[in-house]
Design a protein around this ligand. Structure first.
Ligand code: FDA
Length: 276
C-alpha cells in the first residue's frame, strides 16, 4: 500500500486496517484489525512511502470446520454455493479483494513487542507460523536487503518457518537469496506439518516448528545461552510450549530450572511472548 510517506514505521510494528464493513454486529465502518507489517521501514520499493502486509483470507465453511456464523446469504457464495453456512472474514476479505488503485483506510503504526535490539552484534532466532512471518520479513529485509542498512549487522539470524503445505511457504525465494549472499549470518529452515514427519511429535507425528528446531538443538542451545541472542515468535501460540519442548532438557542438563531460565530470558527482554 502506498501511504505517501504519511505513515512512517519501523521494523516489527503493525498497522490497523479499517474495512468499510458491515462488521459482525452490523457496524460500519468495521472495527480496526491489526496486521503485522511485512516490509522494512523503507518499504519494498525503498521509497519510504509503501507498506506491505501478508494477509490470510479468513473463510469458514460449515462442514469443513468450525462455522457458527454465516455472513454470506445461503447459496450466494461463489466458491461454496452448496454450503449450509459460509463466514468470510470482514477485514481479510476486504484486503484480499482490493484492486490496484483502491483506497484503504489504515491507522498506526503501533506495537513495540517485536522490535529488534539496537546492538548490531545481537543474534536472532525467529520462530514463525504462516502469516507470522510478516515481522520477520520486515527485520530480515532490514538486516540483509535494504541499501540503507545492509552490511551493518554483525550477528546471526536464524529463521524457522512452519506452514501446513510446501505451497504455503512464504517468501521462500527471498530467504534463499539472502542465504546465498550471507551464508555465515543467515540460516533458514522450514517445517511443513502436513508433509514432513517427526518422531519427536508425540501428538500426531507431524513436523512442527519446534520439531524442526530439535534437529539443530545443540547449535541452537549455544545460541540461546548467549546473552546476545533474542528469540522472537509470531503466529500460533503453541510455539511458546514448543520452545520449552525444544530446550527444557538442555536447560536441566546444565543444572538449571527451566521456568527460572525462561523468566531470566524475559527479564533480559530476550524472549517475548508469541504474538498472533
Ligand atoms: P473476522 O474478524 O470477521 O472473523 C474472525 C473470526 O471471528 C472468524 O473466523 C469467526 O470464527 C469469528 N466470528 C465470526 N462471526 C462472528 C460473530 N458474529 N461474533 C463473534 N465471532 C465471530 N492476520 C493476517 O492475516 N496477517 C497478519 O500479519 C496479522 N497480524 C496480526 C498482528 C496482530 C498484533 C494481531 C492482533 C492480529 C494479526 N492478524 C493478522 C489477525 C487480523 O488482525 C485479523 O484478526 C484477521 O485478518 C481476521 O480478521 P477478519 O476481519 O477477516 O475476520
Amino acid at each position: 500500500m502506498d501511504h505517501g510517506g504519511k505513515v512512517p514505521y519501523i521494523e516489527g510494528q503493525s498497522i490497523g486496517v479499517i474495512a468499510p464493513g458491515p462488521d459482525k454486529k452490523g457496524e460500519t465502518p468495521a472495527k480496526i484489525r491489526l496486521y503485522s507489517i511485512a516490509s522494512s521501514a523503507p518499504g519494498d520499493d525503498e521509497t519510504n512511502k509503501t507498506v506491505s502486509l501478508v494477509v490470510k483470507r479468513v473463510v469458514e465453511v460449515a462442514g469443513r470446520g468450525w462455522c457458527e456464523y454465516s455472513n454470506v446469504p445461503k447459496g450466494k457464495d461463489l466458491e461454496f454455493p452448496d454450503a449450509e453456512k459460509v463466514y468470510r472474514g470482514v477485514c481479510s476479505s476486504h484486503i484480499c479483494d482490493l484492486n490496484a488503485g483502491d483506497d484503504v483506510l489504515i491507522t498506526g503504526p503501533v506495537g513495540a513487542e517485536m522490535l529488534l535490539p539496537e546492538d548490531p552484534e545481537a543474534n536472532m532466532i525467529f520462530m514463525a507460523t504462516g502469516t507470522g512471518i510478516a515481522p520477520f520479513r520486515s527485520h530480515l529485509r532490514n538486516l540483509f536487503n535494504d541499501k540503507v542498512s545492509k552490511g551493518k549487522f554483525r550477528g546471526c539470524a536464524w529463521l524457522f518457518l512452519g506452514v501446513p503445505f510446501s505451497e504455503s511457504l512464504l517468501y521462500d525465494e527471498e530467504w534463499k537469496e539472502m542465504q546465498a549472499e550471507f551464508p555465515d549470518q543467515f540460516r533458514y529452515d522450514y517445517a511443513i506439518s502436513n508433509e514432513e514427519k517427526s518422531e519427536k511429535n508425540k501428538i500426531n507425528g507431524e513436523m512442527w516448528v519446534q520439531h524442526k528446531m530439535m534437529q539443530y538443538s545443540d547449535d541452537l542451545w549455544e545460541l540461546v545461552k548467549d546473552p546476545k541472542t533474542h528469540v522472537y515468535m509470531c503466529g500460533l501460540k503453541g510455539m511458546e510450549s514448543g520452545f520449552a519442548e525444544c530446550f527444557q532438557e538442555k536447560v536441566e542438563a546444565e543444572g538449571l530450572v527451566y521456568t527460572e531460565f525462561l523468566k531470566q530470558m524475559k527479564k533480559e527482554h530476550r524472549c517475548p511472548a508469541a504474538v498472533s
